[in-house]
Design a binder for this molecule. Structure first.
Ligand code: NAD
Length: 489
């Protein structure tokens, strides 16, 4: 079924374009896919599904706009990014209900925190790129100078969880560095990025600088990352997809970053504030556990296991499953029936393998895309439920006897995205924090982030780093200019 350039979808009280956004215009497609709302599984509408022709048109639009955008320099581009940040803030009341209806993230989190953070991404990178000082030094009779050259059109591919925030997290540094962008959001939550395209028009972005292609990963996504006009690929999603994109990138020698999944350890030592630790551990069920950074392996010092479990169960019982638009809800529905079935499959296999289901373990009564907040005590550290990312409201709990065993368990999966440590000892925080192989380790806190810090994963959790200057360097070709001293007067 086709989607015309003017087709729109009514969602969250807003009318959102169902078409692509290419070269400053809405563009339809001969093919389309359905997007549903996880809240009630209602079909929201059909969204354009880009074939090779539209992918090519989008990349050519990004190529055509590149030279002028790059020539503006960081100061010239900063004004556009700041205007976009202002517009995002002014449109929280439109963006939040769209994202909530399309993806089921809690409305109050979107309104109070997530959309504001998306705006901050553009403002932060506008300032940071403009503040770049070319490094200058003398050596071996020459002047050395390091310059950033915008790399070219960038393909930005984002996952279905937190689609708006993650798209801004990636496109902000790309645009600030002077790249033009083709953004492909995930097919399970495509609508908020369509609104973002409208805001770039209002912010006055030149046509072709910011493009949105809607479509399926295996076709549109694969076509986009293998297009010869793409000079950078920034991907957030799963490990299997990253492997495929990596092959494409390698074939054309295109740098790519990959922010991938995790099976993150949440360590609780006996000297910790146990109630704070238990409350934060129970908070890992937020967003139905569909958060890459969640601490899903709760590792507790044996001597305090009973007390911790009692406190954890108390906090977990406070969760309210429900409609993400309601104030009292803390756990929202899962994104899609297929994903719910996948999560259920993990728990069924754990049960069959002899892992103990301590709490939960089933779809929630009353229907809807809910899985009960579930705690599992695995029979072995090799259990699938310990080693694989579930991406749902399913936590494992395991004991350890000392620091050495805690670190060994923490580092015992293929992943290395994040780690969380609860301890009252600075020495332990430092020792264990250093020993954990992960891109980010939080001590006595969770999800606090400074945008200038590097962000990414170790081992199978990713390639490269985003955040701060790390992202600006990725979207640039760094050049060394070397001038023979005294040769230029
Ligand atoms: P996914 O890999 O299935 O899809 C991610 C994106 O890639 C989608 O837009 C999809 O359409 C696209 N895609 C799929 N196949 C493609 C291909 N062959 N070529 C190009 N693009 C393709 O992941 P998902 O299920 O959408 O997201 C969940 C995963 O994302 C989890 O593993 C989660 O941990 C991870 N994640 C990581 C972070 C992080 O910052 N590290 C953040 C959020 C989510």
């Amino acid at each position: 079924m086709s989607v015309a350039a003017g087709d729109r979808i009514e969602v969250g009280g807003e009318s959102v374009s169902a078409a692509h956004f290419i070269g400053g215009e809405r563009v339809g497609s001969g093919e389309s896919f359905t997007t549903i709302s996880p809240i009630d599984q209602r079909e929201l509408g059909r969204v354009a599904d880009a074939g090779p022709g539209e992918v090519d048109r989008a990349v050519r639009a990004a190529e055509g706009a590149f030279d002028d955008w790059a020539a503006l320099g960081p100061d010239g581009r900063a004004g556009y990014l700041r205007r976009l940040a202002d517009l995002i803030e002014q449109n929280v009341g439109r963006l939040a209900p769209v994202e909530c209806t399309d993806m089921a993230m809690l409305l109050r989190s979107l309104e109070a925190r997530v959309i504001a953070r998306a705006a901050l991404n553009y403002r932060f990178y506008a300032d940071l790129a403009a503040a770049y000082e070319e490094r200058d030094w003398r050596s071996r009779g020459t002047w050395n100078r390091v310059q950033r050259m915008p790399a070219g059109p960038a393909a930005v591919i984002t996952p279905w969880n937190a689609p708006f925030m993650l798209s801004t997290w990636k496109t902000a540094p790309a645009l600030a560095a002077g790249c033009t962008v083709v953004l492909k959001p995930a097919e399970w939550s495509p609508l908020s990025c369509s609104l973002l395209a409208d805001l770039t028009v209002e912010a006055g972005f030149p046509p072709g600088v910011f493009n949105v292609l809607q479509g399926l990963g295996s076709t549109t996504g694969a076509e986009l990352v293998s297009h010869p006009g793409i000079r950078r690929i920034s991907f957030t999603g799963s490990v299997p997809t990253a492997r495929r994109i990596g092959v494409s990138a390698a074939e054309r020698v295109v740098p790519f970053t990959a922010e991938l999944g995790g099976k993150n350890p949440f360590l609780v030592f006996a000297d910790a504030d146990l109630d704070a630790a238990a409350a934060k551990a129970a908070g890992q069920y937020d967003d139905s556990g569909q958060v890459c950074l969640s601490g899903t392996r709760i590792l507790v010092e044996e001597s305090v296991m009973d007390e911790f479990l009692e406190r954890f169960e108390h906090h977990a019982a406070e969760h309210v499953l429900g409609d993400p638009r309601e104030e009292r809800t803390t756990v929202s529905p899962m994104i899609h029936p297929d994903h719910l079935a996948r999560v259920e499959g993990f728990v069924e296999r754990a049960r069959e393998a002899g892992d103990e289901i301590v709490t939960g373990g089933s779809r929630a009564a009353g229907g809807g895309l809910f899985f009960e907040p579930t705690l599992i005590r695995p029979a072995s550290n090799d259990s699938e439920i310990v080693q694989s990312e579930v991406f749902g409201p399913v936590l494992c709990i395991q004991g350890f006897s000392d620091e050495e065993e805690a670190v060994s368990l923490a580092n015992s999966t293929e992943y290395g995205l994040s780690g969380i440590i609860y301890t009252g000892s600075m020495g332990r925080a430092d020792r264990v924090g250093r020993a954990i192989r992960a891109g980010t380790v939080w001590v006595n806190c969770f999800l606090v982030r400074d945008l200038s810090a590097p962000f990414g994963g170790a081992r199978s959790s990713g390639i490269g780093r985003e955040g701060g200057d790390y992202a600006l360097d990725f979207y640039s070709d760094l050049k060394t200019l070397q001038i023979l001293e005294g040769s230029t007067g």
